[in-house]
Design a protein around this ligand. Structure first.
Ligand code: PGA
Length: 255
């Protein structure tokens, strides 16, 4: 395993938090705290209406801006949805796809995750593709099967070239927003399962180059241990990304 050659990416997922003015304020507080921390890429995935304010506030800093979802159609009668071209035109670089909250509350399936991923990649966006098992799956001992199946279904039809613009975020659903964190060993093991599946689907080189994040109650206190694991190449951070000090400390842990 060659962790050193992979890009570490620390990404915040603000979810449905922060108005545009609050977004600008948080980014201007965060920017000096993470200035020069170039050992990882730093991304904030913000609500759609915050994108403009966030991009302006992040101009000239090492903070990149992402969205939290994208539709798979180019345009049309899909009330309330946002297309990949729309995101590109406003300057978004990254997009989260398949977050467990989308799967749980908004009917997202592996099939729609796959379609959205293809649309985002075709438009030139980088994708943070989320997957992970429910508590019942973990307790039944089928985490590996679930995570493997999701990886295969979500990546179906993508090329090796596509994978260069994909990050996978392993997010055990029982750890999201609950304060329960996977142990570093559990995180490493599941990220390793994903990497193996990618190696089987593509090749070793592609698997070795893939950034795989852990997400689920990562914070300034546990980040260092999680990020030290060979298969964990970053974090997708919800709650702790809403405070500049906590998020900056996670960026520090990735240096
Ligand atoms: P959390 O959220 O850090 O608040 O658990 C992580 C996520 O949902 O991506």
């Amino acid at each position: 395993m060659n962790k050193a050659t992979r890009k570490t990416v620390i990404a915040g997922n603000w979810k449905m938090n922060m108005t545009p003015s609050a977004a600008a304020k948080l980014i201007s507080e965060l920017a000096p705290k993470v200035a020069g921390k170039n050992e990882c890429d730093i991304v904030l995935c913000v609500p759609f209406v915050d994108i403009d304010a966030a991009i302006k506030a992040a101009e000239g800093t090492n903070i990149k801006i992402g969205a939290q979802n994208v539709h798979f159609k180019e345009s049309g009668a899909y009330t309330g949805e946002i297309s990949a071209a729309m995101l590109c035109e406003v300057g978004v670089e990254y997009v989260i796809i398949g977050h467990s909250e989308r799967r749980q509350y908004f009917g997202e399936t592996d099939e729609t995750v796959n379609l959205r991923t293809k649309a985002a990649l075709a438009a030139g966006l980088k994708v943070i593709l989320c997957l992970g098992e429910l508590l019942e799956a973990r307790q039944s001992g089928i985490t590996e099967e679930i995570v493997s199946m999701q990886t295969k279904l979500d990546l179906a039809g993508l090329t090796k070239e596509d994978l260069k613009n994909v990050i996978i975020a392993y997010e055990p659903v029982w750890a999201i927003g609950t304060g329960l964190t996977a142990t570093p060993e559990q995180a490493d093991e599941a990220c390793g399962v994903i990497r193996n599946v990618v190696e089987n689907l593509y090749d070793k080189e592609t698997a070795e180059a893939l950034t795989i994040q852990y997400g689920g109650s990562m914070n300034d206190a546990n980040a260092k241990e999680l990020l030290a694991k060979v298969n964990v190449d970053g974090g997708l951070i919800g709650g702790a990304s809403l405070k500049s000090d906590a998020f900056a400390a996670i960026v520090d842990a990735a240096q």
